[in-house]
Write a protein that binds this ligand. Structure first.
Ligand code: NAP
Length: 309
């Protein structure tokens, strides 16, 4: 069955760079939607939701998915910022729609999926990227702040997936949970965030087992230090939004680099992608030399306090 791909926003031509091989169709799920105006590329005819895509890595992932042929539904809680991102991508000629939804609210997630199906007729790819981070030691944290950070990382992935699963089963689609390298070994001043990011990695594994044979891909991307939007805020112990702790720029990847790795992960339907040499080193040390890993972290806690506080 060929489903019409509707464009909710006006578009005009823009240069089309050469693109890599198309995404293999995980038959016998839905075939890509064939349209005369679809952008060529490995994701041509596919429809994606990227949660938390009004800013940061989510916005760049949405942009690249669009550039490689997908229609994308953007999401966030701030209507003004979300509309600004939607308009920017629509003006570049991309097929985008948007839905303001707090992904820790299940009814809002159902609305997000409904908006997607109404706009583009189907859903193939879900990237659960929305998240709140923290900059606070566990002993100082208000319990409700811990809960807010944990909820955004756990239910903020579980609820969109739960709402989207019937559509993803139909399309034999792909789910990518955005996690962090800090989920691999824990990180001081990141207790609720690390716990939430580790939980979604484990969830992906369980879903791969429970839903084996459905053709749906469940993967996790552990992201390392990445350049942030200047406006990015995380929660302090009392719940106040504060800028993120200092990260040496030479350790950071650009958002565009990270988005390209996420797309490659989706295209190859990988189970796990760990971004950056530091991430790979953490995996190695945590697996084979865990006490050495803890010694390094405790030493940096003493010598590089600004890195955590
Ligand atoms: N940047 C890094 O160095 C780094 C490292 C490791 C992992 N990561 C992960 O990469 C992902 C993106 O990070 P980022 O740096 O791009 O962060 P960001 O700039 O803060 O973007 C997060 C987005 O999520 C949205 N959001 C937060 N809570 C939400 C909710 N409940 N419902 C809907 N939207 C929500 C935010 O918008 P509103 O607040 O306006 O809703 C924002 O658009 C996150 O999962 C993060 O944990 C980032």
């Amino acid at each position: 069955m060929t489903l019409p791909l509707r464009k909710p926003a006006p578009s005009w031509p823009c240069p089309k760079p050469p693109l890599p091989k198309p995404l293999p169709n995980p038959s016998p799920g839905l075939k890509p939607t064939a349209t005369s105006d679809a952008r060529p590329g490995p994701f041509a005819g596919r429809v994606a939701i990227v949660t938390g895509s009004e800013s940061g890595i989510g916005r760049e992932t949405a942009r690249l998915l669009c550039a490689q042929g997908a229609a994308v539904v953007l999401n966030g809680r701030n209507a003004e910022r979300l509309e600004h991102t939607r308009r920017t991508l629509a003006e570049a000629g991309f097929a985008v729609a948007s839905c303001v939804a707090d992904v820790t609210d299940y009814a809002a997630c159902e609305q997000l999926v409904k908006t997607t199906v109404e706009a583009f007729g189907r859903l193939d790819i879900l990237v659960t990227n929305a998240s709140i981070s923290q900059r606070a030691y566990f002993a100082d944290m208000q319990p409700e702040v811990f809960k807010q950070v944990l909820d955004s990382n756990v239910y903020g992935s579980v609820f969109p997936l739960k709402a989207a699963l019937p559509q993803l089963l139909k399309s034999r689609g792909s789910v990518t949970f955005i996690s962090s390298i800090s989920a691999l070994n824990g990180m001081p001043s990141g207790s609720a965030y690390c716990a939430g990011k580790a939980a979604v990695a484990n969830l992906a594994h369980t879903l791969r087992l429970e839903l084996a044979g459905t053709g749906v891909h469940f993967g996790v991307v552990h992201i390392g230090f990445t350049q942030n939007d200047p406006e990015k805020r995380v929660l302090a112990a009392d719940g106040q939004p504060v800028p993120i702790a200092h990260r040496p720029p030479r350790w950071q990847k650009s958002q565009a680099e990270v988005a390209a790795i996420i797309l490659e992960h989706i295209r190859r339907r990988r189970q796990r992608t760990v971004i950056s040499a530091l991430g790979q080193l953490i995996v190695l040390v945590h697996t084979y030399f865990p006490r050495l890993g803890d010694w390094v972290v405790r030493t940096t806690m003493r010598r590089m306090r600004h890195f955590y506080e």
